[in-house]
Ligand binder design. Structure first.
Ligand SMILES: [Zn+2]
Length: 450
């Protein structure tokens, strides 16, 4: 089944301008993201899509001086069978690399990369896009690789072959079954397994790497949290386990389970307390920075966000690129620090924000709410959709904020953000990750924040 994500659902920026100068008689052009994308979850795919939009609309994006009109593509699609709104139908793309390509075809981009193979569900989503472009967007029967219009490796070998299969066909070939399916999203993970280890990939691994980073980012095997449990992460993990007296049975294949996570939380907390007292964060940059900016001042701010909350910037880390993720975490910091950004969607980091961060990191800011008693389990499961409302939801949100300041708006409505916070909490607490607040999650959270 194919699911369509609208621009509003994705939280995309409005286009700067829209050109309807397109006559898609030649059909559709297929792209990929290039490089190694290694998308392990829908959440990551959404993030990548938003990042592409920010990139395309930044100065220099799509070969423009001040930034492109919008994300380059008309549609995106991922390995889980989701279709992403881009410019949409009836709008000229900016992706195909030649005037003819943009004039006569739409552009659809797989959220995947070089050397990677689109899943059966991705191909199903591509079929859906083609059918819709034909039925509602006036597209002809052609399906072309980007490389038709200019010399490029895009969209990679599997999709180039696929485009050749689909090109000119009225009945689109299906044969989806014989292709590998991507790793399941978090919710479908094996419930019995309570640890991650070498060879695992995904959100839990990334979360563990973030913790290792917070514990010791100077470790010789420290690297970006890439969600891939390889030999470096194994060595780093083994060093951590040895340091806290949890000697792994097999040092080449250490298992990170609830015990290790608990020891890590303790170690990081102790480290953070020390950091707060003895090493106030010193900013060396003073420029005003905001979404779309790049460079050392941005990186320094990202490192400060990390020092403030070791879980900040989970996907890209301090990469010197002020994208959607940094925007979101800057907003969270501002909310937690009771600063009012002049524009919440586009917060600007200037002297006032840095000063507040300095105070927060030095530990002189008011302590986050603690000693809060969540109270007994209210008796109903909190889950969504539909969005549940009530005092029990508000209490859950307050507890989450006591656990991790600035995570949620305490609006008493259990929506996608509350569910995500629940999952994060469950993951870190070593509980079953299902995004549902039931008696167990409630009890663990109550204990944790009291
Ligand atoms: Zn391309």
């Amino acid at each position: 089944m194919v699911t369509f994500f609208s621009r509003a659902e994705l939280g995309m920026q409005a286009p700067r301008s829209v050109s309807r100068n397109v006559a898609p008689t030649a059909g559709l052009t297929v792209h990929y993201g290039g490089g190694a994308q290694r998308i392990a979850s829908v959440e990551q795919a959404v993030d990548r899509w938003l990042r592409w939009q920010a990139m395309h609309m930044s100065p220099g994006g799509l070969g423009t001086r001040n930034g492109g009109a919008d994300i380059a593509y008309n549609f995106g699609f991922d390995d889980w069978g989701n279709v992403y709104a881009g410019r949409g139908l009836g709008v000229r793309s900016g992706a195909n690399g030649s005037n003819e390509g943009n004039q006569t075809t739409y552009a659809a981009c797989w959220i995947g990369g070089k050397g990677e193979t689109p899943s059966a569900k991705a191909l199903e989503a591509l079929n859906w896009i083609i059918e819709r472009a034909r039925a509602e967007g006036g597209a002809g029967l052609g399906v072309h690789p980007h490389s038709k219009w200019r010399a490029t490796a895009c969209p990679g070998v599997p999709l180039r072959n696929r485009a050749a299969d689909l090109d000119g066909r009225q009945d689109l070939p299906k044969n989806f079954g014989d292709l590998p399916v991507p790793p399941p999203p978090e919710a479908d993970e094996d419930e019995e397994r309570t640890y991650v280890t070498v060879g695992d990939r995904g959100a839990d691994v990334r979360s563990w790497q973030e913790k290792l980073m917070a514990w010791n980012s100077n470790d010789p095997d420290a690297h970006k949290a890439d969600g891939d449990f390889g030999p470096k992460t194994a060595r780093w993990t083994t060093r951590f386990m040895n340091a806290v007296g949890l000697t792994p049975r097999n040092p080449d294949k250490p298992r990170v389970g609830p015990k290790t996570l608990e020891a890590m939380d303790k170690a990081v907390k102790e480290g953070a307390d020390r950091f707060g007292r003895d090493h106030p964060f010193e900013f060396t940059h003073s420029a005003h920075i905001r979404r779309g900016d790049r460079g050392p001042a941005v990186q320094e701010w990202q490192e400060a966000l990390r020092a403030w909350n070791s879980r900040a910037l989970p996907r890209f880390g301090p990469d010197g690129d002020f994208g959607a993720e940094t925007t979101e975490w800057t907003r969270r910091f501002m909310v937690a620090a009771a600063l009012v950004p002049s524009s919440p969607d586009n917060p600007v980091v200037g002297p006032r924000t840095r000063e507040a961060m300095g105070r927060a990191l030095a530990g002189t800011a008011p302590a986050p709410s603690s000693g809060f008693d969540l109270g007994p389990y209210p008796g109903r499961l909190l889950r969504q959709p539909p969005i549940l409302k009530g005092d029990d939801v508000a209490r859950f949100q307050r507890a989450i904020n006591a656990w991790r300041p600035g995570t949620l708006e305490e609006d008493g409505a259990y929506g996608p953000k509350s569910e995500q916070a629940c999952r994060t909490f469950q993951g870190e607490a070593g509980a079953r990750v299902d995004g549902v607040v039931g008696p167990v999650t409630w009890r663990v959270l109550r204990r944790r924040v009291r």
